[in-house]
Design a protein around this ligand. Structure first.
Ligand code: 13P
Length: 301
């Protein structure tokens, strides 16, 4: 019988984890799994729902006027957050204006980057407290463009992640392999390394404020998208790594988004996969209609 998911026979006294297609994780007592019965639900089972999460990363796009009107259009399409969490990540100079435009809606404000120091002589940088002061609840760390264009390494990504969490922000930690790494069969190794380093010193109690975005570098802005099966394989491996870093029940509850040329036409296929809990959208988030269609695909997944 296939119990699926992450089963750890070395830990018989712990609940074992099964990830479900309905974006829920079911924790199965080991004794029950050992008896080969993973279809009958036991009274001790805990069901952990994973609410889908969709982010719009505007990158270095828009201007003051277009940022405000795009934010207003996104806000009017998402007045209620019952089925999905929606976050938009405008450029720094437009955070306040965008914050005003989405005020009263279910859309949350996020920043594309943060610096790990609290204050001081760090010309051009922006602290987590400043972001909170501007209404941000979320921040991206480890985005592929910051790793591969700006040159951030895993240690810096980790410092930023910890500083943001300690300041009370929620974090989307972005990971993913390059085209060459994928061709060399290194996808899972790269993801494991970036996760392990990025989450060093982060506690399971902080995990409720962390989502992971799997963004294969070769798919970002290229029009190439991972197939649903390839995305699912990567996401399942990421969840297994999260179970090792934290524990199975923490991993079961964490959201893992897919990013990389997600569009209205491919979003549903990706998001129906059991371990794909939403998306991080670049180009398509600059069009309110396309972004809403992707959000709706997440609600239906
Ligand atoms: P695209 O959707 O433009 O490929 O960008 C994805 C991304 O980098 C989101 O952070």
């Amino acid at each position: 019988m296939d119990c699926g998911g992450l089963l750890d026979p070395a830990l018989p006294d712990r609940l074992q984890l099964r990830s479900g297609r309905a974006k829920i994780a079911v924790l199965i007592p080991f004794a029950q799994r050992a008896a080969g019965d993973c279809t009958t639900l036991a009274a001790e089972e805990v069901i952990v729902p994973r609410k889908p999460i969709v982010g719009g990363n505007w990158k270095m796009n828009t201007n003051r006027g277009s940022a405000a009107s795009l934010a207003s259009a996104v806000a009017s399409a998402h007045q209620d957050d019952s089925g999905v969490e929606v976050i938009i990540f405008p450029p720094f100079p437009y955070l306040l204006e965008v914050g005003r435009a989405i005020s009263g809606s279910a859309v949350m404000l996020g920043a594309q980057d943060v610096y790990h120091e609290a204050d001081g002589a760090f010309t051009g940088e922006v602290s987590a407290a400043m972001l909170r002061d501007c209404g941000c609840r979320w921040v991206l760390t480890g985005h592929s463009e910051r790793r591969h264009v700006i040159g951030e390494d895993d240690a810096l990504v980790n410092r930023k992640t910890r500083a943001a969490l300690e300041a009370g922000l929620s974090v989307i930690l972005c990971i993913g392999e390059t085209r060459e790494q994928r061709a060399a069969g290194e996808t899972d190794d790269v993801n494991t390394r970036q996760l392990t380093a990025g989450l060093q010193g982060v506690s399971a109690s902080q995990s409720g404020r962390i989502a992971i975005a799997y963004e294969p570098v070769w798919a970002i802005g290229t029009g190439l998208t991972a197939t649903p099966d390839d995305a699912q394989a990567a996401h399942a491996a990421i969840r297994a790594t999260l179970a090792e870093i934290f524990d199975p029940s923490t991993a079961a509850a964490m959201r893992i988004q897919y990013g990389g040329s997600m569009k209205p036409g491919n979003a549903a296929g990706l998001m129906k996969m059991p371990d794909v809990d939403g998306g991080l959208i670049g180009g398509a988030s600059l069009n309110a209609g396309d972004f809403s269609a992707i959000v709706q695909a997440a609600v239906r997944a």
